[in-house]
Ligand binder design. Structure first.
Ligand code: GLA
Length: 393
């Protein structure tokens, strides 16, 4: 973990001026515990913020330039506040640019330009929401710097909108919401239709959440993701024969779906819809079992979620399947599933604390033998959402 003092020095090397004028913000990454591909269907999700994420060092300028730099990527840009357009070769800078664009669309015009230095601890392309973390920390920092109140639910919505409309990725609300509203040792039960949410203490006792990074880059993920969304919309159109006012699959109960599933004419679309409705039900069941502290039952729901994402939604792929299978074979593992969009990225497993070392070596070996890729593991604590860093730790 880079020290803040080093980052401050780097900021001054990059932009000049004084360290004392710098303000610091942080936003985490996120992991989703259960409820996958349900957010854009108006269903519920159960993500949690991580203890690592993006640090942003920021300073107001006297002109109206936006100067973006990162410790992770060589690409830096100086952009005028009146030249906010998406450019492929601006790469990661499109995320913060999209946020400034979104703020001005909402009538929040910046009083001046800013220098921004980003430092990310989230492995890139791992499906742990590095882009949402950049968006949310940017929105929160700018609102704070401009002396405006920064409502974290609004910030999540604005960041999602920036990603949907400026960057062009049609993601749901889950990532930005978790990054903005996470709380230490809590997971977030979020209804993605109403944005009503509850912070649920995640008591895992002797068990640890272990993230396994397949290190398989998620190629073509955006087009496959958008295809799944379109299939869900098709299912809604078919089901309108029974429910003319239906807008989102998440508005159906499992019983209503089962009674009317024959109305979905395409077999693939029917499988997609079944995953969504059953996955939303699994989130509800998870709340019941977690209230009883029944982690073993929660682990089984995690497994069922992965199997459905593999067989019905078809977003896992050989790497995630190999990793989840290897994880489940280790004694002391209650459950294992892919997390995030899929097609590569990470798994999340619930592992007894005495088995964590064995887990890493056995899953690592089996996974590497099966895929030829070297995985990484992170024993994960649940952290806080976006915040200003007031003093150095
Ligand atoms: C990505 C998207 C989220 C969500 C998940 C799948 O992380 O950004 O909005 O749809 O995939 O659950």
């Amino acid at each position: 973990m880079a020290q803040l003092a080093d980052l401050r020095r780097q900021f001054v090397r990059q932009f000049g001026g004084l360290e004392s004028d710098i303000t610091v913000f942080e936003a985490p990454g996120r992991v989703n515990l259960i409820g996958e591909h349900t957010d854009y269907n108006g269903g519920s999700v159960f993500p949690a913020a991580l203890t690592f994420g993006t640090t942003l060092l920021i300073r107001l300028r006297e002109d109206d330039q936006l100067n973006f730099a990162s410790t992770n990527f060589p690409i830096a840009r100086e952009i005028s506040t009146d030249n906010l357009t998406f450019r492929e070769d601006d790469d990661w800078i499109n995320y913060p640019k999209g946020v400034v664009w979104e703020l001005s669309r909402r009538g929040i015009r910046l009083t001046g330009g800013y220098d921004f230095l980003y430092h990310g601890e989230i492995p890139n392309g791992a499906g742990l929401s590095s882009s949402a973390s950049i968006e949310v920390v940017t929105a929160y920092a700018l609102m704070t710097m401009e002396g405006k109140s920064a409502d974290t639910v609004e910030i999540a919505v604005w960041s999602q909108h920036a990603e949907n409309e400026f960057v062009g990725v049609k993601c749901g609300i889950m990532d930005q919401f978790a990054v903005a509203n996470g709380k230490k040792d809590h997971a977030i039960l979020l209804d993605c239709d109403t944005l009503i949410y509850e912070l649920v203490p995640f008591r895992s006792g002797d068990y640890k959440l272990v993230i396994g990074n397949t290190n398989k880059r998620r190629g073509l993920v955006d087009s496959k993701y958008n295809e799944r969304r379109a299939q869900c919309e098709q299912a809604v159109r078919d089901l309108r024969k029974a429910y003319p006012d239906l807008n989102l699959l998440g508005q159906l109960t499992l019983g209503q779906y089962r009674e009317n599933q024959h109305l979905i004419t395409d077999a693939t679309v029917r499988r997609r819809a079944r995953h969504v409705v059953e996955e939303i039900n699994r989130v509800a069941l998870s709340m019941d079992v977690l209230k009883r502290n029944d982690l073993a039952e929660f682990g089984l729901l995690m497994n069922a979620s992965h199997d459905s994402l593999r067989d019905l939604y078809e977003v896992t792929g050989p790497e995630l399947d190999a990793m989840a299978d290897a994880a489940r074979a280790v004694p002391g593992v209650l459950g294992s599933r892919m997390t995030g969009a899929g097609f590569g990225g990470c798994t999340i497993s619930l592992v007894h604390q005495d088995s964590v070392e064995r887990f890493q070596s056995e899953v690592g070996l089996k996974y590497e033998t099966a895929t030829g890729l070297h995985p990484d593991f992170y024993v994960c604590d649940i952290g806080d959402g976006v915040r200003q860093v007031k003093e150095e730790a």
